[in-house]
Design a protein around this ligand. Structure first.
Ligand SMILES: Nc1ncnc2c1ncn2[C@@H]1O[C@H](COP(=O)(O)OP(=O)(O)OP(=O)(O)O)[C@@H](O)[C@H]1O
Ligand SMILES: O=P(O)(O)OC[C@H]1O[C@H](OP(=O)(O)OP(=O)(O)O)[C@H](O)[C@@H]1O
Ligand SMILES: [Mg+2]
Length: 280
């Protein structure tokens, strides 16, 4: 049975369970459940803190897990990213009181507060910056005002928390993070291929739509160039032999642009429908 770690709380928890559910796996009903077996799919889910998930996967006691790239790298374990999951995007950045810092060169000899000390220490040492790292559990933005640090390195999503604390970002992002599926390096436990294929299917179903339209036969190549699909569009005959019907998958974010361009070429009856599930 494949043993899968899923965040039990926090920013990644709901989206992770929703994605697994869309991929056809049973998910817990009660947030206090810590283990759940899905016998139909031969998978056992363990609901754990996202920070700890890398530790279990690295130790090999669980086969794969969902966590943030930042948390995974911070844990410095023997595991690898198997796929990006398309949610939980954030950046990990330096920030300081408004006006105090403009570049990371100014960090030399300073005190830096963070919850991600592994990640921060390796970033600093790669760049030869000598700064002292103060490891805190959370609410890192308060550390400068409370006098234990000069600047911070923390997760920034919207920047609201920083602004509220009178701080601003500086320097390039230390890391761009998102939720990832991680697994033991080089291991390929039974069932993991199916899990990955299903999760890919969810990503595609979320990112693509199905587009149908009718177009005059002599314009089909021009129209098909706008909707090449994943392999090639389906072109079917219509009763009126001067026209054909075309069906193709397109990126959801391109929908309106492509509809406008197809209409301009002369395509009509342009219909867009969502994809419920797929295997690519
Ligand atoms: N707005 C956000 N706030 C915090 N984490 C976010 C946000 N958006 C995405 N994430 C990601 O979620 C993960 C952190 O999750 P979570 O906040 O549950 O962990 P934690 O900070 O260790 O736990 P907690 O905040 O419950 O003490 C990281 O991978 C982070 O990049
Ligand atoms: O840029 P924003 O959209 O404001 O989000 C970023 C904030 O969210 C996280 O805190 P979290 O809620 O996880 O609390 P914590 O600091 O105690 O972990 C993170 O540590 C930042 O403080
Ligand atoms: Mg947090």
């Amino acid at each position: 049975m494949l043993r899968v770690a899923v965040p039990n709380k926090g920013a990644l928890s709901e989206s992770a369970s929703a994605m697994l559910n869309e991929a056809g796996y049973r998910q817990r009903r009660d947030t206090r459940e810590l283990v759940m077996v899905d016998p139909d799919n031969d998978v056992e889910f363990f609901f754990l803190r996202p920070r700890d998930i890398a530790v279990y996967v690295g130790a090999g006691t669980l086969d794969v897990g969902i966590t943030g790239r930042d948390l995974f790298l911070d844990a410095e374990v023997d595991a690898e990213e198997l796929m990006n999951l398309g949610f939980g995007a954030s950046t990990f950045r330096f920030a300081g009181p408004v006006g105090d810092f403009s570049s990371i060169d100014q960090l030399e000899g300073k005190r830096l507060a963070t919850s991600y000390d592994g990640l921060l220490r390796s970033y600093l040492s790669e760049r030869g910056i000598n700064a002292s790292v103060v490891r805190l559990d959370g609410a890192v933005e308060s550390s400068v005002r409370l006098g234990v640090a000069d600047a911070i390195a923390d997760v920034v999503e919207t920047g609201t928390t920083l602004r509220a604390a009178g701080m601003e970002i500086f320097g390039e992002p230390i890391l761009k993070s998102e939720a990832v599926l991680i697994g033991r390096k080089g291991a390929s436990p039974a069932g993991v291929d199916v899990l990955i294929r299903r999760l890919r299917g969810v990503l595609v179903a979320r990112q693509y739509v199905m587009m149908d339209y009718d177009v005059r036969k002599d314009l089909v190549d021009e129209a098909a160039a706008l909707t090449p699909g994943l392999e090639s569009p389906t072109v079917s005959p219509l009763q009126n032999s001067d026209w054909v019907a075309v069906r193709s998958m397109i990126k959801k974010s391109d929908t309106n642009r492509i509809m406008d361009e197809l209409y301009d070429i002369g395509a009509r009856a342009i219909l867009v429908s969502s994809i419920h599930a797929c295997r690519i």
